[in-house]
Write a protein that binds this ligand. Structure first.
Ligand code: MG
Length: 177
């Protein structure tokens, strides 16, 4: 047995940071973005981290895997002091839905605001875009939303209505009238 040059340890493959696979339905931690503009993170009173230091035009991108196409309720866990604007959920250039963050009276005073969005199936990038600021975000939760279509009501008839009746006393049609 001859001595040989030790095999160097394999060079680890670079991984996309922080999280590249968020499953929907499911909860996405706001700090688990794959790209962002203008924000920062801090320790959250509810655990994990929250996104903060938000201003109009800031955004975070999330790699998500939507299990099935359909309507989802999306909840934003937010804390805000004198917030402005909205939180938009975007895909590409399309605004899928938005919420107005309320003034919760403190940077760690958390509440949940929600809206519904329609998502397509599969791996995709969703963006949370801030049209305003002064809002912290802890997580975003997607749950399936039963999109029972609103039944279309029959319009009320106007004027005369023709009604079929089985009341027929005669023995034949009176064609003279
Ligand atoms: Mg968080």
């Amino acid at each position: 047995n001859t001595s040989s040059t030790p095999t160097p340890p394999p060079i680890p493959t670079p991984t996309t940071e922080p999280i590249s696979d968020n499953t929907i339905p499911g909860k996405i931690e706001a700090e688990d973005y794959t790209a962002m503009y203008g924000i920062d993170t801090e320790g959250c009173s509810e655990g994990t981290l929250n996104v903060g230091w938000t201003n109009a035009g800031d955004w975070m991108d999330y790699n998500v895997n939507v299990q099935s196409a359909g309507q989802y309720t999306v909840e934003f866990r937010v804390a805000a002091q004198d917030p402005t604007g909205t939180l938009e959920l975007r895909k590409g250039g399309t605004v899928l839905g938005s919420v107005i963050p309320p003034n919760t009276g403190g940077w760690q005073a958390w509440t949940t605001v929600s809206t519904t969005v329609n998502l397509s199936q599969g791996q995709q990038t969703l963006r949370v875009y801030l049209t305003g600021g002064n809002v912290n975000i802890n997580w975003i939760n997607f749950t399936t939303s039963s999109s029972t279509p609103t039944p279309t009501s029959t319009p009320a008839p106007t004027g005369w209505t023709l009604v079929w009746s089985d009341e027929f006393d005669g023995t034949s049609l009176d064609t003279g009238k």
